[in-house]
Design a protein around this ligand. Sequence first.
Ligand SMILES: Cc1cc2nc3c(=O)[nH]c(=O)nc-3n(C[C@H](O)[C@H](O)[C@H](O)COP(=O)(O)OP(=O)(O)OC[C@H]3O[C@@H](n4cnc5c(N)ncnc54)[C@H](O)[C@@H]3O)c2cc1C
Length: 446
Amino acid sequence: MQFPIRATDAPRFSAALPEACDVVVVGAGVAGVMSAYYLAKAGRRVVLLEKGRVAGEQSSRNWGWIRQQGRDPAELPIMMEAMRLWEGLADELGPDLGFARCGVAYLSDRPGAMDGFEAWVTLARAHGLESHLLGRAQLAAAVPHRTNWVGGLITPSDARAEPFVAVPMLAGLAEKAGVTIIEGCAVRALDLAAGKVAGVVTEKGRIRAGQVLVAAGAWSSLFLRRHGLALPQLLVRSSVAQTAPMPEITQISAVDDVFAWRRRLDGGYTLAPGTSHDFYLGPDALRHFLKYVPQMRRDLSKTAIHPRAPAAGWPDGWFTSRHWAEDRESPFERMRVLDPPPNRIYLNNVTRAFARAFPSLGAPKLIRSWAGMIDVLPDTVPVLDAAPIAGLYVATGLSGHGFGIGPGVGRVMAALMTGAPPGHDLTRFRWKRFTDGSKIDLGPTF
Ligand SMILES: Cc1cc2nc3c(=O)[nH]c(=O)nc-3n(C[C@H](O)[C@H](O)[C@H](O)COP(=O)(O)OP(=O)(O)OC[C@H]3O[C@@H](n4cnc5c(N)ncnc54)[C@H](O)[C@@H]3O)c2cc1C
């Protein structure tokens, strides 16, 4: 499996377009793949359509953390279920998935940070999850380092997997479960009859279906807007680098205020800025400005704002078309894989911080760098709900932590769409929360 996944890679999933099915899933990232899988297991005829390649966007570009720690209280039970599901998937798919219970730690040189960590330990305990504080000495024993970290927080049962390998493997499993997967097949629009979903119009033709799930990641808002549905979704660019193989300091994945790391299956590290990211202005940024004020108050100092996207055709580009005819090329075909250039300044800072923290390893040699556009919502938790068109469902806005929770999201969406009890309280993830006058209730950054 090559990384980054590109539109020029030979497609691995190229079934013929059927005339009809029960459910069409738009987008083969982890949310779409896992939803399709659980829908097929529930007996539905499912077609999963991907404009580019399976996991070409966020789902292969992420850090590979499978993290319960620091989750929004409403997400935590779904994430804990997702962890159990990952365990079962790893049993089924074997070691290539890269799943390992390595532990995830948050580290800080600010004594005040320990109070927040302590509050998390109490919440985790209430859910039966073991998380604990790391004092200076414990931290030095677990992660030998040379920094000013005063301590940290760890959840030993947290895990990792190799995203660019894992999600295509999960798609393989979905295919075995009966899902028809077609790469290089953009969905241009919903096909509506009497105000209800009757199927989709794709670049290869129509498919009749009574239900459609939009799991289109960074493109969900653009897709839905064509049908008059306003979703206040924006995107941030997050940059990542891969080192050459290096000696192991610890199996634990960790983050402090400056940098984050994860041990890779190939013996290198995935390195990234802890919280710094980039934001490109566009029409949606202006449209949804007020809803993002709480998030901006918290995160503005970590956000580099740019006047425009780096290329034409970006989901929220100034000149990206918002209206297109069903029989014409859509914005989704014009950009098969969203592949932003990484922010080199951030990556240089991260490399220096890593070298300072672990001088015994020597300066890390970066052999690859990339970025991904993370789709966020104003409160940093997703929408997992039916949308206001009969037959239409949405699973999007996974906001920087969707890889780990992906199997849980898939299981929950399949339950919602088949009328089974979802098993969790999904009120926090309702579609209407941005229009029913609710106050923005900001979830955690990490
Ligand atoms: C740099 C980075 C680091 C991250 N680190 C972590 C981490 O460590 N742990 C974690 O849990 N999460 C992490 N995340 C977040 C995580 O990767 C995402 O939340 C998750 O992958 C989102 O999955 P998705 O399926 O919703 O979207 P995506 O993976 O973006 O998939 C959406 C798919 O829909 C397709 N699509 C869009 N429109 C159409 C259309 N009209 N027709 C057909 N196909 C369409 C797209 O091509 C795309 O492949 C990170 C993200 C990034 C970018």
